[in-house]
Structures are given as structure tokens and as C-alpha cells.
Design a protein. Structure first.
Length: 484
């Protein structure tokens, strides 16, 4: 199904989507289900929903825990799923429609990352769908967190263990939205869209405001001039006891990342930030929970990413009754701003702090290496021509690209798009790659089989047992095929 707009003046639309995946890692896991629905600005449907199951390549294992949540097993994927490259061909066409806003639930942190890696693995531009042709993106989870904190009237907000719950199913159930098929991608899209309509209906000014934050230029306007404008910032790094919102003061642009602004939580202890050494600050900020000194809390330093739909709001939007509920003292905020501004070297210190952030484990394969540098424009142009030729029915063409990541990806993509055109050497290389991946530390074949047995012993659910048996049989077949 294609969604190109034939008119010369495209209308703005929202592309609501949700993914189910083999696991939580966008580097190592894969999409197994996608559902989407385009709507107009009034959140009314345009066209029919688009829902697809996606086959998993042999080098990727279904995580049994994820499978029990989605209720999607390897048999269903093999029978009804489409190849990932085919899904990405459809999606690239859907998202090529100008003025499309991509939106989901917790999508900026999760679904969008899977979509980027999927585009990249299939030789498609990994970022263009987020900004080119006037496109943008939003995240309903952060919108609902802001609504709950600042304008809760008109909706019901579930409380669990004394804290607000922001899970999609809890919010939907509290507002009498059907949750019977939760964790089915299409059902999750429907729940997300229903909650968006509630926000738009009950808080229209807030809805219009958050829609404006899709523009990086708008976000920049709220953060500049730096060190002058305290803001309210929604982030998962602020506890649910604080309703995931905090007053912050943007201080300085992060080194080597012009789209990120380093800010300080005005409700946090400022002593280490103002007086501690760079080494002490770096250790307290970047160390893991296990490594950090328990007597030293994490310093209240956070970054606001201006091109990632930052959920920020002027401090003036905080009503007195909400400040009391959120335990935000406006006088204390003013005092904290004064203390921070009386430290002339603070911007330099914070830039030093982020000058050499901790390094992460290097990618082991090209499939994991999306963030090892932007792809050359000339390579992206060649990849577009490569796909145009295939869409016209021409045979596979072994193009040579300057970025070796893309050459590796192309060689393995051939096993999915045109396996009949592979020679013996290519087949042997791909077989060796699959075998190595199935036994890598990221998805150890033996550990997954052990997890299946653990889950079998802890469930009495007939459907879950059937799914676990099906996955075990699938893995037995993989072991036989690839001599594991």
C-alpha cells in the first residue's frame, strides 16, 4: 500500500506507529510486527491501518521473554511474515510523504531507534524520514507526562505504589480505553491515538504547544539565552515521585554536539556541581549504580536534545497548586539560579565534563555500527539507485560503496533479497556469519535455550507453554542447520 500525496501542496499529517520486537536492543534485535495509521491534524484517520508481521533472519534469535509478551512465535512469523527489506520498502514510501510527523508511545527512545537501525541495515537513509520534506516526530509518552504534571484536569491518572504510572495500558485502562489486546502493535497504536485525542480535547492549548516543539528552532527559543531562562523539563531520568519533571537551567552547548544543551536540575544538590573536581563529577555522573559511591548521589546534570522533541515548558506555565503537588519551590529555584550564575567557570566545567564521556563497547558487526559515523552522500545516492533498479525488476547489482559498513550489509542483504543469485562463496560467507552471530555473547544460543527451560518451569499457561515449545523446536532446527 503506497501513501504518496499526489497534490502539489501536501497537507500535514501524523503517522502513528508501534513496533513489537525480538528484544530490547535496537542494535541486536529485530522488528517482528509493525502497525501504523495516518491521521490528519484533527487526528481523524487517513486511509486504512497498515499492519505487518516480519520474519526474523536466521542470525537473530527470538527472546523468549519478549515472545511471551507479544504472543508472536516463530511459526506465525514464518507463515505470515514479510521480509524486513520488503517492510522497509513500504515504510520508506509511507514516510516519504511531505509534512509527516512520526509519533508513537516512547518511540523516541525505543521504536525510532529500531526504525533507524532497520533503515540502515537495508541500505536506506537512516535519518531522513525524521526531518526531510518537512517531516518531524513526537512522543506521546512525554506528552502525557507533561500533561499529568502541569494540566491533569480532564483525564484520569493511575497511581501505583504511590507513584504515577505511565505505562500505555495503565493510562488507557484508567481512561476507559480498550486494553484487551495490549502488546499487539495495532492495539497499541489505537490506544496511543485515543489518548492523544483525549489530550487534544481536554487540553487543546497544551496540545498545540507540544506540537510546536517538533521544530528544533522552537526548542532553541525556549533555551536561549543560556543561563537566563529556567525551564520545566520532562525526562525518564527524573523519578516518578517527581512526576518525571524537574525545573532546570540550561547552561551551555555540549561539546561536539550542537543539538544538545547541558542543564542543571534546580531541585538537586548543587554542592558537587559547583565545588567538586571534574574527576569527581565525571565519576558520579557516568559511573554505573554498582560502581558509584552510595553516599554520593548522581549530580543533577542532564542534557536537552533540541532535535529529539524535547519536552520542555516555560516556568511560567507552572501554577501554584501544581508547584505544591510537584514539590517545586519557586523561591528555591530562584536561589539555585543565582548560585549557578555566580559561578563564572561553570559552563567551562560542564563542557570539560562532557569533553570525554565514557566510551561504549565497539560494534562487532556492520549491523551494529550505525553510529560509527554518518554515511557518505554519494553512497546513499548509489543505494537509492540500487533499490530503484530492484523495484523495476532488474537483477541484483553488486555495487561497490566507499563505506565498508555498507558493503558488508549489502553482501548479507543479498541472502534475503536475491538468494538464488548468490554463488557458493557468498553462501558460505553468509552461513559462517549466521553461525557466529547465533553463538555471540549478545544472544548466546545456549543461554536462550536455558531461559526457555526456566520459563517452562514457571508457567502453567497452556498458550505460553505452546509458544515455548515452538521456540525450542525452532532453535533445534537452527542448531541442526548451522551445526551448533
Amino acid at each position: 500500500m503506497r501513501f504518496r500525496n499526489p497534490t502539489s501542496k501536501p497537507r500535514e499529517s501524523f503517522y502513528w506507529y508501534d513496533l513489537e520486537t525480538t528484544g530490547k536492543s535496537s542494535r541486536h534485535d529485530r522488528i517482528i510486527q509493525l502497525a501504523s495509521q495516518r491521521t490528519d491534524k484533527e487526528l481523524q484517520p487517513i486511509g486504512e491501518p497498515y499492519t505487518r508481521l516480519v520474519r526474523v533472519p536466521p542470525e537473530v534469535l527470538l527472546k523468549p521473554e519478549a515472545m511471551l509478551i507479544t504472543k508472536i512465535g516463530p511459526g506465525l512469523l514464518e507463515c505470515e511474515g514479510m521480509e524486513e527489506w520488503n517492510l522497509l520498502r513500504d515504510l520508506s514510501d509511507h514516510l516519504a510523504q511531505p509534512q509527516t510527523c512520526l509519533v508513537g508511545y516512547n518511540n523516541v527512545s525505543f521504536d525510532d531507534e529500531f526504525l533507524r537501525f532497520s533503515m540502515y541495515r537495508n541500505l536506506r537513509p537512516p535519518y531522513e524520514h525524521e526531518w526531510k520534506r518537512g517531516n518531524s516526530r513526537m512522543d506521546m509518552m512525554s506528552i502525557l507526562q507533561l500533561t499529568c504534571a502541569l494540566r491533569p484536569e480532564g483525564m484520569r491518572w493511575p497511581i501505583k505504589d504511590g507513584e504515577p504510572s505511565y505505562t500505555l495500558s495503565d493510562l488507557a485502562e484508567a481512561n476507559e480505553i480498550d486494553t484487551s489486546n495490549a502488546h499487539d502493535a495495532q492495539a497499541d497504536v489505537d490506544m496511543t491515538l485515543s489518548l492523544a485525542r483525549l489530550v487534544k480535547q481536554t487540553q487543546p492549548k497544551l496540545w498545540d504547544y507540544v506540537c510546536s516543539l517538533r521544530s528544533k528552532e522552537t526548542a532553541i527559543g525556549y533555551t536561549t539565552p543560556l543561563r537566563k531562562k529556567p525551564l520545566l523539563h520532562v525526562s525518564k531520568y527524573y523519578s516518578k515521585q517527581r512526576y518525571c519533571i524537574a525545573p532546570v537551567l540550561p547552561i551551555v552547548v555540549r561539546p561536539n554536539r550542537s543539538n544538545e544543551v547541558i542543564s542543571v536540575d534546580l531541585n538537586s544538590d548543587l554542592s558537587l556541581i559547583l565545588k567538586g573536581s571534574i574527576e569527581d563529577l565525571r565519576s558520579a555522573l557516568f559511573s554505573s549504580e554498582e560502581e558509584r559511591d552510595p553516599s554520593q548521589p548522581r549530580p543533577g546534570i542532564h542534557t536537552i536534545t533540541l532535535n529529539k522533541f524535547p519536552m520542555i515548558a516555560p516556568l511560567s506555565t507552572l501554577r501554584d497548586e501544581d508547584a505544591k503537588r510537584l514539590n517545586i519551590d519557586k523561591n528555591a529555584i530562584r536561589d539555585a539560579c543565582t548560585r549557578l550564575n555566580e559561578s563564572p567557570d561553570l559552563p567551562y566545567r560542564l563542557q570539560q565534563l562532557y569533553e570525554h564521556p565514557p566510551t561504549f563497547e565497539a560494534p562487532q558487526t556492520a549491523e551494529e555500527a550505525l553510529y560509527d559515523g554518518f554515511l557518505p552522500d554519494e553512497d546513499l545516492k548509489d543505494c537509492r539507485e540500487f533499490w530503484r533498479d530492484l523495484d523495476r525488476g532488474l537483477p541484483w547489482r553488486d555495487i561497490a560503496l566507499s563505506d565498508n559498513r555498507l558493503n558488508d550489509l549489502r553482501s548479507r542483504l543479498k541472502a534475503h533479497v536475491a538468494p538464488e543469485q548468490m554463488d557458493d562463496r557468498e553462501k558460505s560467507q553468509y552461513r559462517s556469519f549466521v553461525k557466529t552471530q547465533l553463538t555471540s555473547k549478545n544472544q548466546s544460543f545456549g543461554e536462550v535455550r536455558q531461559k526457555i527451560q526456566e520459563l517452562r518451569s514457571s508457567t502453567q499457561d497452556v498458550r505460553e507453554m505452546k509458544l515455548l515449545d515452538e521456540l525450542d523446536s525452532h532453535m533445534t532446527e537452527l542448531a541442526k542447520t548451522y551445526e551448533l
